[in-house]
Design a protein around this ligand. Structure first.
Ligand code: FAD
Ligand code: PYC
Length: 416
């Protein structure tokens, strides 16, 4: 890592930052690689990094149609938790939390992982029953989660209004190991570390076709930067996965929706944790820059536009103002949307596709940022060994045919 004194930083700033080293090379596509990863978000970049570091596959490239992190990785509200209901899910998401805990050291890049606690509010008797079931299931699986009374919830987050409001707070589930991280830094950290191991990162390189040989196995992709051959192709393209897999005639049980978020003007630190309300589709934290980071529910209609209906964000803001009245006077700075890929059981698909050499990592819907290191780690294993890691073995595409669904609608929180 380059180190600069204060004076040298000032000089570089005043002279247009000439002399700074790029964090990864501007690679030119080679005609062929040992493996290709489609999608330069956290999952794709992480997969390339673990393929190189843990499986010795360094003649590989990440193909990104825009710029690194321009998809949902750079658009999400960065909530990290592992309080999912079924043991298979809790194990997968908790694998990720454990990797998050060491990620800044692993990558030598500050991803600003902050375990400030994620508190999920219950507003009805039904909410409370569901939350308590998650608390018990998590604790039985060795994952931390605890039930709080309304007073305890308010003690944990003093700005929370537990008075006589439209959405009464009847309790909350708290995962103290949950928190947030800096989303861009995750993409940049993985990109820099993968590049250092020899991985080519090809930006502005959109995949437009997938070629299969006479046996049906993948052999190449067509891209806006030419045709590139490879015997293994892993796709981690979030909301556009079904478009890409259709190029290899693989149908997926995915629906793609816009999901929106917004940030306020920055203020001094006032909000100590993450609060989510699944029932009213609103969640909030404060970034280290001071902005309130607020998210809403998915649009009701499928779409590939990276923006959603204004009524959806209005609803989230109304709910936030009711739960945290002191935010009524805050000004919102900007809002945006990302396209999320939702499966029928709200669990991801990580594994083989039925087409030899073609692997998919998708269906994270509204909640894949938290899984980034764990998902990338097991996906790299799957591609390198042509068999699933034990943690992603249940998350096959075939489960939708065989009926072995992992229904995480309640834990998925936003896309239920
Ligand atoms: P992406 O980061 O989207 O990367 C996929 C990449 O594929 C994109 O960069 C895209 O440009 C590229 N691509 C697409 N098509 C092609 C092509 N043909 N050729 C080449 N490249 C292509 N999750 C949480 O856990 N916590 C949250 O708080 C949270 N909040 C969210 C808030 C919002 C508003 C949104 C939109 C999502 C949120 N999520 C959250 C979900 C999370 O962001 C995603 O599940 C996760 O970031 C997906 O990462 P990824 O690397 O798979 O996808
Ligand atoms: O999965 O925790 C989550 C989440 C919060 C906001 C969007 N997704």
């Amino acid at each position: 890592m380059q180190r600069f004194s204060g004076l040298s930083l000032l000089r570089r700033g005043l002279t247009g930052q000439r002399g700074w080293q790029p964090q990864w090379r501007r690679a030119e596509p080679k005609p062929a690689y040992d493996a290709l990863i489609v999608g330069g978000g956290g999952h794709g970049l992480g997969t390339a990094y673990y393929l190189a570091r843990e499986h010795g596959l360094t003649n590989i490239a990440v193909l990104e149609k825009g710029w690194i992190g321009s998809g949902n990785t750079g658009r999400n509200t960065t909530i990290i938790r592992s309080n999912y209901l079924f043991p298979e899910s809790a194990a997968l998401y908790d694998h990720a939390v454990k990797l998050w805990e060491g990620l800044s050291q692993t990558l030598n890049y500050n991803v600003m992982f902050s375990q400030r606690g994620v508190m999920m509010l219950a507003h009805t008797v039904h909410d409370a029953q569901v939350a308590k079931r998650h608390v018990h299931a998590n604790r039985a699986a060795g994952v931390d989660n605890e039930w709080l009374t309304p007073r305890e919830a308010q003690r944990f987050c003093p700005l929370l209004n537990i008075g006589d409001i439209r959405y009464p707070v009847v309790g909350a589930a708290l995962q103290r190991r949950g928190g947030t991280a800096r989303h861009d830094a995750v993409a940049w950290g993985y990109a820099r570390a993968a590049d250092a191991l020899g991985v080519d990162i090809l930006e502005n390189c959109e995949v437009t076709g997938i070629r299969r040989d006479a046996s049906g196995a993948v052999e190449a992709v067509d891209t806006t930067r030419g045709t590139i051959r490879a015997p293994r192709i892993g796709v981690a393209a979030a909301g556009h996965t079904s478009v890409i897999l259709a190029m290899a005639q693989v149908p997926l049980p995915l629906e793609s929706y816009p999901l929106q978020a917004l940030v306020s003007e920055p203020v001094k630190p006032v909000f100590p944790c993450v609060v989510m309300s699944n029932t009213i589709h609103a969640y909030i934290s404060q970034s280290d820059k001071g902005e309130l980071v607020i998210g809403a529910g998915t649009d009701a209609y499928t779409s590939y536009t990276q923006r959603g209906g204004p009524h959806i964000t209005n609803h989230a803001l109304e709910a936030i103002c009711e739960l945290f009245p002191m935010f009524r006077r805050m000004r919102m700075l900007r809002c945006w949307g990302g396209i999320v890929d939702v499966t029928p059981d709200r669990s991801p698909i990580i594994g083989k596709t039925g087409v030899p050499g073609l692997y998919v990592n998708c269906g994270w819907g509204t909640g894949g940022f938290k899984a980034t290191p764990g998902s990338a780690h097991v996906f790299a294993w799957t591609i390198a060994r042509d068999e699933p890691h034990p943690l992603n073995a249940p998350f096959t595409l075939e489960r939708f045919r065989d009926g072995n669904l992992i229904d995480e609608a309640a834990a998925a929180a936003v896309a239920h």
